[in-house]
Write a protein that binds this ligand. Structure first.
Ligand SMILES: Nc1ncnc2c1ncn2[C@@H]1O[C@H](COP(=O)(O)OP(=O)(O)OP(=O)(O)O)[C@@H](O)[C@H]1O
Ligand SMILES: [Mg+2]
Length: 332
């Protein structure tokens, strides 16, 4: 069970001979794991997935999915995979069950088998009661759950989830996480997940690659990435500039940065160990502090460290989602 199920070697995609969306990407994804691809808008996540699912051809490098080369054996690859794309695919004028049946037929799943799979899947995501209602009456969360199982009707070994919770509110997103975990456990599929929401990757992924400008910046388990920062951040605001300067000389700090307005950020390996010394320093030098906070790193900090910017600044997820949905409505 611990073999490699997806491997990319210098996978590259250049659009129209000029836009390098994915650049020499090397990934190794193990069978049965949930693997996260994290990165800001335009990082190359969807392009990477589209190559792995054989929807678009790479312009360089190679990749195997379930042992099959994506360029030479795309049919074999397609049989192994399920895809839940970033945009909605379900037909709003059909019921949930009809959508699932239609996709089953597309994959030539025998009728009785399809009906049985669909029953199991609907149950897995608590959509049994809504199954025979038109999709247009579903809430955003229900639609995403339906999309999730549409990708599973033909019992794929590998499931690609592109932004599975984009635009959902926090509570509904957390519900989705439980469904994804349950699916991974019960159906034993390998899941490749992209997300802007780093807490989602942290919660779900066994390993993650942070990508930006089509390149992998770092790969590891969320815990490894957070530890790699060697840094809890202690932020201290002092009453005056002189005190702020003095606190910068504190021993034991991995890094000290001036955050302006008499505020200093002190990075330490472990705040629990360093705080007593810092508090002693403050009292020895009779410094007057206004505020002191301790933040343990999250994947957001990891992202900031490696990309030099915050993913939040980049995020246009909600707005883009709304635009996409309005466009769908307008087309109808
Ligand atoms: N069909 C296309 N033709 C030309 N350029 C494209 C095409 N698809 C994507 N791009 C460009 O390739 C880059 C990577 O886009 P991609 O959609 O893979 O990023 P992403 O990480 O999925 O972003 P998002 O978070 O917005 O979904 C971007 O610069 C994008 O504008
Ligand atoms: Mg995308």
């Amino acid at each position: 069970m611990n073999g490699t199920i997806i491997e990319t070697k210098n996978l590259t995609k250049v659009y129209n001979g000029k836009i390098k969306a994915v650049s020499d990407l090397n990934l190794e994804i193990k069978e049965g794991e949930i693997y996260g691809l994290a990165g800001p808008n335009g990082a190359g996540k969807t392009t990477t997935i589209n190559m792995l699912i054989t929807r678009i051809a790479p312009t360089g490098g190679t990749a195997t999915v379930g042992g099959f080369d994506i360029a030479k054996n795309s049919l074999a690859v397609r049989k192994l995979i399920g895809v839940v794309p970033q945009d909605f695919t379900a037909d709003e004028d059909l019921t949930g069950r009809e959508n699932l049946m239609m996709v089953s037929q597309f994959y030539d799943v025998p009728r009785a088998k399809a009906q049985e799979n669909i029953r199991t899947l609907l149950k897995l995501v608590d959509l049994e009661e809504a199954a025979d209602r038109y999709v247009r009456t579903y809430s955003g969360g229900m639609r995403k759950r339906l999309e999730l199982i549409i990708g599973l009707v033909h019992e794929p070994r590998i499931l690609f989830l592109d932004e599975p919770t984009l635009g959902l509110d926090v509570q509904t997103r957390m519900q989705m996480w439980n469904y994804v975990k349950e699916i991974q456990k019960r159906l034993n599929v390998t899941i490749i997940l992209t997300s802007h929401y780093l807490e989602e990757i942290d919660e779900l992924a066994a390993r993650v690659s942070i990508i930006d400008h089509g390149k992998v910046l770092i790969t590891g388990s969320p815990a490894e990435l957070k530890t790699s920062l060697k840094g809890d951040i202690i932020t201290i605001t002092l009453s005056d500039q002189q005190s702020a300067e003095l606190i910068k000389t504190i021993p034991d700090a991995v890094e000290v940065t001036d955050a302006g307005q008499n505020t200093v950020k002190i990075k330490v390996v472990n705040a629990d160990d360093s705080l007593p010394a810092i508090i002693n320093f403050i009292s020895q030098h009779k410094l007057s502090t206004i505020k002191l906070t301790v933040v343990k790193p999250t994947l957001d900090e990891v992202f900031l460290e490696y990309t030099g910017r915050s993913i939040r600044e980049e995020e246009g997820g909600m707005d883009r989602m709304k635009v996409a949905m309005n466009m769908r409505r307008a087309r109808r």
